[in-house]
Design a protein around this ligand. Structure first.
Ligand code: HEC
Length: 164
């Protein structure tokens, strides 16, 4: 009787060990889909390094390079920008010293309504009839992502744009 039980116990141990060894790693090692980088943008202050962008930020990047790059960057896909012709000049989109102190609601308002509605330069056009609110939220998320010094939502009430 003893021998078969020992054999069965050993067989069970071997089977369990094999099963444990073959088990797939737990799901926790898989990245959540929305944490994945969907694209990137060179760090404007250091072109050697690239900033990974999430889904919403990539959408904002597309809008930025179609509508905003002409005044909020120094160079554009079509050559030099308008920035140097503007007085007051428009802040660079990655100007963290300016934008990190401004809340998402303020940015949404000035982008939607334009500069003149907020007693700022009328050279900043209103985008509320051109862009959907989702687009405006995405372009803000893109600007937050490329900010130098980096934007830290933790020092303000949590941003509703940066985590998606
Ligand atoms: C024709 C040039 C022009 C274009 C195009 C433009 N802007 Fe502006 N923008 C300006 C100027 C000029 C200012 C500065 C206004 C001021 O300080 O009086 C400004 C200011 C801003 C500000 C507020 C900065 C602050 O300190 O209050 C934000 C945010 C902004 N722009 C976002 C955008 C976004 C997003 C787009 C694209 C959807 C865009 N702008 C397109 C010219 C432009």
């Amino acid at each position: 009787m003893r021998a078969p039980i020992t054999v069965i116990v050993i067989a069970l141990i071997v089977v369990f060990a094999a099963l444990a060894g073959c088990r797939k790693p737990a799901a926790s090692t898989e990245a959540k889909p929305l944490d994945k980088a969907y694209g990137d943008e060179p760090d404007w202050n250091n072109p050697q390094s690239r900033i990974p962008l999430k889904y919403q930020q990539v959408h904002g990047q597309r809008i930025f390079y179609s509508d905003c790059v002409w005044c909020h960057a120094d160079s554009t896909p079509a050559g030099p920008s308008n920035r140097s012709n503007l007085t007051p000049s428009s802040p660079l989109a990655n100007d963290g010293a300016t934008f990190n102190t401004l809340g998402d609601d303020y940015l949404k308002n000035i982008i939607t309504l334009g500069g003149s509605a907020l007693s700022k330069s009328a050279m900043m056009p209103p985008w509320g009839r051109t862009l959907k609110q989702d687009d405006i939220q995405a372009v803000i998320a893109f600007m937050r992502a490329i900010a130098q010094p980096p934007y830290r939502p933790s020092v303000r009430p949590k941003s509703q744009y940066s985590e998606k």
